[in-house]
Design a protein around this ligand. Structure first.
Ligand code: BEZ
Length: 221
C-alpha cells in the first residue's frame, strides 16, 4: 500500500495547479504546509470544506502554514469550481486564496495513498479520500488524518492540531485531550523530574493517582 508515514520526507512532486506548475518543496519554502485532498470538483461537501478553508485562510497564514488543495480534476475545472466556492462564501469574484493541484490522471493520489476504494465515480474509478497532511519546515510529515468522502472535515480541529504540532516542536511537552492554546500541557514521559524542573520555570504539578505513579505532570508552557 503506497502512502506517506509520519516522519517521512514528503515527496517533492511536480504538479499543475491553479497557480501554475509547482515543485512541492519549492512551493513550501521554509514554511509549514497543509495539503488537503478532495474527492471531486463540483461536489457539495467539498465545496463547503474549500469555502471554510478560504474563509479562515488568515488563521493558517498567522501560523506560517502554506495551504494547497488537491482534487482529481483538471486545472480548468478547479478554476471554475473555485468561482462557485467563493460565491458560496459570499465572496463572488474574489480568487480562492490558495492553489488547487490538478490530479486528473490520479498519479499523485496513487503515490500519496489517497484513493478510497469504497468511493467510486460513475465510471467505477476510485475517488480521493479527504486526506489532511501537515508538513513541517523540514519537509517531513507531522500529521496525517484520513476521512472518507462522506464525512466533511472540521477545520477548527485542524488548526488546533497545528497549534499543538508547532508548540510540541519547540518544547518538550505534549497536549492533552481537547487542549487549546493557553491551556496547561503535559511534560513528556521521557523527561526526568529534575529536567522538567529546570526546563519549565512556571513549575510542574503532578496529579496523585491510585497507582502511585507520578506520570501526570502538568506545566504552563
Ligand atoms: C461531496 O463532496 O459531497 C462528496 C463527494 C464524493 C462522495 C460523496 C460526497
Amino acid at each position: 500500500m503506497p502512502g506517506i508515514l509520519l516522519g517521512d520526507v514528503f515527496p517533492n512532486f511536480e504538479a499543475d495547479t491553479t497557480a501554475g506548475r509547482i515543485k512541492f518543496h519549492e512551493f513550501l519554502g521554509n514554511s509549514w504546509g497543509i495539503l488537503f485532498s478532495h474527492p471531486r470538483d463540483f461536489t457539495p461537501v467539498c465545496t463547503t470544506e474549500l469555502a471554510c478553508a478560504a474563509k479562515i485562510e488568515q488563521e493558517f497564514k498567522k501560523r506560517g502554514v502554506k495551504m494547497i488543495a488537491l482534487s482529481i480534476d483538471s486545472v480548468e475545472d478547479h478554476k471554475n469550481w473555485s468561482k462557485d466556492v467563493m460565491a458560496f462564501n459570499g465572496n463572488a469574484g474574489s480568487p480562492l486564496p490558495f492553489p488547487i493541484i490538478a490530479d486528473d490522471n490520479r498519479e499523485l493520489s496513487v503515490q500519496l495513498g489517497m484513493l478510497d476504494p469504497d468511493e467510486k465515480d460513475k465510471d467505477g474509478l476510485p475517488l480521493t479520500a479527504r486526506c489532511v497532511f501537515v508538513i513541517g519546515p523540514d519537509k517531513k510529515m507531522k500529521l496525517s488524518i484520513l476521512y472518507p468522502a462522506t464525512t466533511g472535515r472540521n477545520f477548527d480541529e485542524i488548526l488546533r492540531a497545528i497549534d499543538s504540532l508547532q508548540l510540541t516542536a519547540q518544547k518538550k511537552v505534549a497536549t492533552p485531550v481537547d487542549w487549546k492554546p493557553g491551556d496547561k500541557v503535559m511534560v513528556i514521559p521521557s523527561l526526568s523530574d529534575a529536567e522538567a524542573a529546570s526546563l519549565f520555570p512556571n513549575g510542574v504539578t503532578t496529579k496523585d493517582l491510585p497507582s502511585g505513579k507520578k506520570y501526570l505532570r502538568y506545566t504552563q508552557p
